[in-house]
Design a protein around this ligand. Structure first.
Ligand code: DAH
Length: 339
């Protein structure tokens, strides 16, 4: 058995010398130390040896096995680092190669405009209130001083979910929701989607966006309204922009007005953007109607307030020079990628 081991030792040594791939090393390991390996067979036969022979042969066998294992390990390391080096050499990075273009996502133009307006108002100390798009008739109409059969309901082609539940036709119901919950001073904007059953065309869509504004405190006057809204427009279109207020009617404000600003394109001379007018309408506004304050549990003798509602689509169309509203809602990548 000793001779057998010596023979194995010699053949292991010569086999290892020639092995220069990981596969060759693995083959050697299996050949000698695998389940049916030559060395394994010898070790299995140890039981048949005499007690005197056993330690001598055992020590020799172990020495051979240990040698084999350490040799294989160190050869493996050498081969692996050689492979690594070869890999690095073959994988030289050519930094002059043109890069692959990744697709960068962009904010929807409506989102961009929404963010700009939010930032302007937040800069003036307004906080943001959000509320449901599926709204009670009470909040959308009743509490805003628009009772059943009021003609103002006709101008807001309403989607009814149930008798007393609608898709909000305006963000104004947020005025009521905020006043019900908050004690003045109140200074909020409420941005969001609104719905009207309009037939879709270049300037109408059954869903569009508004930003509602509401300020309630002691001694709030029309001067606060004008100052705030003029500041807003100047932040949006530049310091040279002028504004004008035209008397109007909204059931939930008294007095009410619509505000125009001098055309961002021609500065007021008249052009195709403002259709020769020099002015572009941007929002509706007014002093909160005493009845609305009362409906929300706020004493109109103690507090006054102003409110405004801004349509966002028209601002976005002007800003990005877009003449068809439908483009905003079709989500055609060729359109969206341009912003
Ligand atoms: N809710 C009105 C609309 O959708 C816009 C509006 C006008 C809102 C005057 C207001 C306001 O808060 O004071 O047509």
């Amino acid at each position: 058995m000793k001779e057998q081991l010596q023979a194995i030792k010699l053949s292991v040594e010569s086999a290892l010398k020639d092995a220069d791939t990981l596969e060759a090393l693995e083959e050697i390991r299996i050949k000698y130390m695998g389940k049916k390996g030559e060395l394994t067979a010898v070790l299995k036969g140890m039981g048949k040896l005499t007690p005197e022979e056993r330690p001598v042969i055992g020590a020799l066998a172990n020495e051979i096995r240990q040698n084999l294992e350490t040799e294989i390990e160190s050869k493996k390391k050498t081969i692996e680092s050689r492979l690594e080096e070869e890999k690095l050499k073959s994988e030289v990075i050519d930094i002059t190669m043109p890069g692959k273009k990744t697709n960068v996502g962009k904010l929807h133009p409506m989102t961009q405009v929404m963010n700009t307006l939010k930032e302007i108002f937040m800069g003036m100390g307004f906080s943001i209130a959000e509320g449901p798009e599926v709204e009670y008739d009470y909040y959308n109409f009743e509490a805003l001083n628009i009772p059943k059969n009021h003609p103002a309901r006709d101008t807001q082609d309403t989607f009814y979910i149930e008798d007393n539940i609608v898709l909000r036709t305006q963000t104004s119901p947020m005025q009521v929701r905020v006043m019900e919950k908050t004690k003045p001073p109140i200074r909020i904007i409420a941005p969001g989607r609104v719905y009207r059953s309009d037939t879709q065309d270049a300037t109408h869509s059954p869903v569009f966006h508004q930003i509602e504004g509401l300020v309630v405190d002691k001694n709030i006057t029309m001067a606060d309204l004008k100052g705030t809204l003029e500041r807003f427009v100047k932040e949006l279109y530049g310091e040279d922009t002028r504004v004008r207020f035209r008397p109007h009617h909204f059931p939930f404000t008294e007095p009410s007005a619509e505000m125009d600003y001098s055309c961002f394109n021609c500065g007021g001379k008249g052009c195709s953007v403002c259709k020769g007018e020099g002015w572009i309408e941007i929002l509706g506004c007014g002093m909160v109607h005493p009845k609305v304050l009362e409906n929300c549990g706020i004493d109109p003798e103690e507090y006054t307030g102003f409110a405004f509602g801004i349509g966002l689509e028209r601002i976005a169309m002007g800003k990005f020079n877009i003449n068809d509203l439908r483009l905003f809602f079709e989500n055609d990548m060729r359109f969206l990628e341009q912003f």
